[in-house]
Design a protein around this ligand. Sequence first.
Ligand SMILES: [Zn+2]
Length: 304
Amino acid sequence: MKNALVLNPRVRRDIQTRTDRILRELGNPEPPLSLDVVRELLRLDRDYFTSDSDGLLKAVVSKLKRGGIQILARPMILFEAVKKFDLRALYLPDRRRIMIDDSIPKPKHRWLEAHEIGHDLLPWHHEMMLGDDSVTPTPSTHDKMEAEANYAAGSLLFFGDRFRDECRQCCANLKNAQKLQKRYGNTITTTLWRMIEYSGEEQPIIGAIGQHPGDIGNGPSFRHLIPSMAFDHNFNIHDPNELILAIRDYCRPNGRGHLGKGEIILSDRYSRRHLFDFETFYNGYDALTIGVHRCALATVVAAC
Ligand SMILES: [Zn+2]
């Protein structure tokens, strides 16, 4: 399970300045954003590779050779990167080319493509992406780069402050995420993720993405935990399995759509107890959970 890295406000602002410039150069279009137009502006190509076991490397090699010229100067570096990081998409800055694993479900391609565009927009990623041994990223640098490329993808696909303002005008919940998903043409997963990032700058919110709670065995089942900035400052999930069990308690055991809602108590970093409103939705791929801070529990006692 990955705990999503929370970027500091200065880095967020820097990234959004770059994505805002792209939107301006495109004449501030209305959502949904066409990534074809963004690639055209940035003069980026897009290609696909297949990741079925051995087929992956062979397919990449054949594609790289197909043009009659050696597209990548050092192909082994690409293979190592694909294997090492279990990549679903690649960005080759020296060739201005984005490559996407075509075995990934189609609805996820849009985010992958925007993520790779994000690497292109952040110049300090370029030398790392070339795979030069002297600057090969350490695991923590790699995680930070991934978080930055994700933030850039979100800023582009959700039009920076526009989505932020819309999130602030409504409550962070699944119903509003579904409404905004349609308007911006992105998946419910990325919409909810972005909503947590924006709505949760001051409000503690925790999101979770993983398998259907009814399918949970003994192992951990969150693929991602998404703490908002305010959650990250004040809370820490010590035992994700405990949270999974609490979520499973309020969810119906099978089926798609809205699975249920419930109250869960979480402790902050000073061991004070807080009440969160949780709800979970299953879209056929992932179970999406959002937990929004309602109040500190002492406040409830005082109010009674
Ligand atoms: Zn990446």
